[in-house]
Design a protein around this ligand. Structure first.
Ligand code: URA
Length: 236
């Protein structure tokens, strides 16, 4: 199997996993076992199964998308998002980088490792939160997403967030904050305030990549996270 086929199969299996399919027989019929299998987290809760199904459909639509000709032509694969369909909290970043493009998972590089530490500092586990980006494809050279690219992806991340229906969203950096809140205000002005997006309460903070370049800003991010933790009643 070549690399492209292997990635397509991996994406298809992830879609099925999103939908709660926990076993695929070697041959013959597919077994959609989530409804009857309490071990799978999505199986225990009916509403979550609907969310998981919506995410599975959306993940495949994203994988097939070629709307941004340049990005579709240069990506290794799309990077849909990761986490439970019933997450209380979603972190929204900008776009996949080289590591994420290679892995098919958001925030797995250095910025991702820092994000994991931030999540753990909030007394949460990375597996408990949902992580997604505004763009699902890597912009070449990690350039900032173009307005047309953001517009092309808007329907995807809006449907993704609608399916998850989190209580809280944390926007990481300027692109996520300005895109979700449809504003041009700078991130420094958007942080330390509460906004809404659908039924979710939204907080904005600096992007972990910015923290890698500007460690002094970690203090500000920790303040934002404490604000978030208070509202989420986390940390005892
Ligand atoms: N930066 C982002 O905004 N998203 C990622 O997934 C990785 C780095």
């Amino acid at each position: 199997m070549d690399g492209r086929t292997a990635r397509a199969v991996k994406q298809q299996l992830e879609s099925l996993a999103d939908a709660g399919v926990i076993a695929v027989p070697k041959a013959g019929r597919m077994v959609a076992a989530a409804a009857a299998t309490p071990q799978h987290p999505a199986a225990a809760r009916g509403g979550d199964r609907d969310a998981a199904r919506s995410l599975a459909i959306l993940r495949q639509e994203v994988a097939d998308c070629t709307r941004c000709v340049e990005l579709a032509g240069t990506r290794t694969q799309t990077v849909f998002g990761s986490g439970p369909a019933d997450a209380r909290l979603c972190f929204v970043g900008e776009a996949p980088g080289a590591d994420e493009d290679a892995a098919g998972e958001p925030f797995v590089g250095r910025a991702g490792q820092l994000l994991t530490k931030i999540i753990e500092a909030c007394t949460l586990k990375r597996e408990e939160v949902y992580i997604l980006n505004v763009l699902k494809c890597r912009p070449p050279g990690n350039r900032t997403p173009l307005p047309d690219e953001v517009a092309n992806c808007r329907g995807f991340f809006e449907r993704q967030l609608a399916a998850i229906a989190p209580e809280f969203i944390c926007c990481l950096g300027t692109t996520a904050a300005q895109t979700l809140l449809q504003t041009t205000e700078p991130i420094g002005v958007l942080r330390r305030r509460w906004f809404t997006f659908g039924s979710a309460r939204v907080i904005c903070t600096y992007h972990p990549s910015y923290l890698l370049r500007t460690p002094a800003a970690k203090r500000d991010v920790w303040e934002d996270m404490q604000m978030l933790m208070r509202e989420m009643c986390l940390g005892g």
